[in-house]
Design a protein around this ligand. Structure first.
Ligand SMILES: [Zn+2]
Length: 308
């Protein structure tokens, strides 16, 4: 797969687009963004503009942003779109944060819209966490290795590279058999996100913000320290499960809550959970989560799907 990337397809022009609270797009050439990024809405603080839009409106916004990113370029090799949720065969099967997109045949809809605007390029959609993993692989020059990334935010994202068919809802990995652990956004019991997700932490500690919990853990507050340990054990458990299923390799951590990560504590728990020596060649690293990496990642994913 990496061979085709470094040869003929390397200079292909691809527009990468990410859809979350905003639509961000960029023209990607040779895994770089020569023209920078464009976005909708442009103003910060207008994040609900997309949430209230019907699916057709969102497709229209995606199309406009692709056109803006493409500029005068008309011979795009592909358009890659990263979306939050479960994506299969060009269809968004589940999109918890943009429910109007559930069931949308996004590949078809966007390709048709682009055609009527003079761009005849294949459209490829990918889960945004997987796109992020692909972006990390491209920017760290590791397109031939397996990369997994946990994003610690409102929910817990799990992305992996290279793209593989299947469902990879790693954020919902079961990490405890405790009946009382039911804070996950999906409603499932014992899930990683139910412990680590920002939303879940707020539900658990109704009287304290997550920042205050981790601060109090430092000064020895028992309840908060116990939770800090649970939080790290949960991440270690989900990572250990991934290692036991897919083998060791590089894990990255990103998202606004990496600020709570106590790396020695995490590594200590992980060491206790992964004991087979052939599986111990793993590493964990914190990486910056930015729009550039994500947009480049959608383009890399599209390139591999369409040109690879
Ligand atoms: Zn869940």
């Amino acid at each position: 797969m990496s061979a085709s990337l470094s040869n003929g397809a390397a200079m292909a022009k691809i527009v990468g687009v990410t859809l979350s609270e905003r639509v961000v797009a960029g023209l990607v050439v040779d895994h770089k963004l020569p023209e920078g990024l464009s976005s909708f809405p442009e103003e910060a603080g207008d994040e609900y503009a997309l949430v209230e839009m019907p699916a057709e409106g969102i497709v229209e916004v995606l199309c406009q942003q692709v056109l803006a990113a493409a500029g005068a370029v008309r011979d795009l090799a592909a358009v890659g779109v990263g979306v939050p949720g479960l994506v299969r065969n060009g269809v968004i099967e589940e999109a918890p944060n943009l429910p109007q997109m559930k069931g949308a045949r996004l590949t078809e809809m966007l390709a048709a819209q682009l055609r009527s605007n003079g761009i005849n390029a294949p459209v490829s959609i990918v889960n945004d966490a997987d796109a992020f993993a692909a972006g990390i692989a491209a920017l760290h020059g590791k397109l031939d290795t397996v990369i997994r990334v946990w994003t610690l935010g409102v929910g817990i994202g799990y992305g992996r590279y290279p793209l593989t068919a299947g469902v990879w809802e790693g954020g919902h990995t079961v990490v405890t058999l405790d009946d009382k652990e039911n804070y996950c956004g999906c409603g499932g019991r014992g899930h990683l996100e139910g412990i680590m997700g920002h939303r879940s932490m707020r539900l658990r500690f109704l009287d304290m913000e997550p920042e205050e919990v981790f601060e109090a853990a430092k000064t020895g507050d028992t309840r908060c320290l116990d939770f800090k340990k649970l939080w790290h054990k949960a991440l270690a458990a989900a990572t250990a499960t991934s290692i036991h299923l897919r083998g060791p390799g590089k894990f990255f951590l990103a998202g606004f809550n990496v600020r709570f990560v106590d790396m020695p504590m995490l590594k200590d728990y992980l060491q206790q959970m992964v004991k087979m020596s052939p599986l111990q060649s793993y590493s964990i690293e914190i990486v910056q989560d930015d729009q550039e990496t994500r947009v480049i990642g959608t383009a890399v994913s599209a390139e591999q799907e369409v040109c690879g």
